[in-house]
Design a protein around this ligand. Structure first.
Ligand code: ZN
Length: 247
């Protein structure tokens, strides 16, 4: 198996492995990004429900206060009727003046109570319209969330399936490359943004663009031993298109 492969063949395998590893990286990123849309909708739902609860509580409060206003208006009207009745029977000028003043005050009080009740009712009405709208919005976000969850689930299953296939592919290449080379590859890959191999192109490392000393470029092209880029440490291979040695 592995012993049968030349260094160049092993490097070819390593390049294929690198392609798979890059795909695996992408798929893993997809997998990580999946639930974020769901989280946004969940947060939106919570915020809408909070808004709904605040308004509903305010409606209850206002309904309680209109009940109290009704009672106050009733009491005030009764007193007004009594005072007006009393006024009719008063002969004394001073008493009449005082009673008339009281009637005026009671009327003013009545107006103010009715005004308070009207504005409370207006607020209730507009809050009800808002809660209705919020209810519809909650419903629509919930539907959106459920369908997203469903599609994410099948998407997630698909991604997991892709990942499994890629891992299987990967395992095939692992057998063909020497363990020490794989270790070097993995170490560099992990510290260098997922890329552990780089082609030699025009005497340069394609990954970090450093120019190799000419003698080193020649050695690499001969393919007798494994070379790392002195700058980025990536394992250097000669791409198939450039295999004819240049001096
Ligand atoms: Zn380099």
């Amino acid at each position: 198996m592995s012993a049968a492969l030349s260094l160049k063949e092993q490097l070819d395998q390593l390049v294929m492995l690198q392609e798979i590893d890059l795909k695996i990286g992408q798929v893993q990123a997809q997998l990580g990004a999946v639930p974020s849309g769901l989280k946004d909708l969940d947060a939106k739902l919570i915020s809408l429900q909070k808004q709904f609860a605040t308004r509903s509580a305010r409606v209850l409060e206002l309904e309680k206060s209109t009940g109290q206003l009704d009672a106050a208006i009733q009491i005030n009207e009764d007193r007004l009727a009594r005072t007006q009745q009393k006024t009719d029977a008063i002969a004394n000028n001073r008493e009449l003046q005082a009673a008339t003043k009281e009637v005026d005050q009671l009327k003013k009080m009545n107006e103010s109570l009715i005004q308070q009740k009207t504005s409370a009712n207006q607020e209730i009405e507009s809050l009800r319209a808002e809660t209705q709208k919020l209810e519809a919005e909650v419903e629509s976000v919930r539907t959106q969330r459920d369908s997203l969850q469903q599609s994410l689930q099948s998407q997630g299953e698909q991604i997991a399936q892709n990942l499994k296939e890629l891992e299987n592919d990967r395992a095939k290449y692992l057998k063909s490359v020497e363990k020490s080379t794989l270790l070097r590859y993995d170490r560099v890959r992990q510290s260098r943004g997922g890329v552990g191999v780089a082609p030699l192109i025009g005497g340069r490392c394609r990954a970090c663009n450093i120019m190799f000393p000419p003698q080193m470029a020649v050695e690499i092209t001969k393919g007798k031993e494994l070379h790392s880029c002195p700058n980025c440490q990536r394992l250097i291979y000669v791409p198939q298109a450039a295999e004819t040695p240049t001096t």
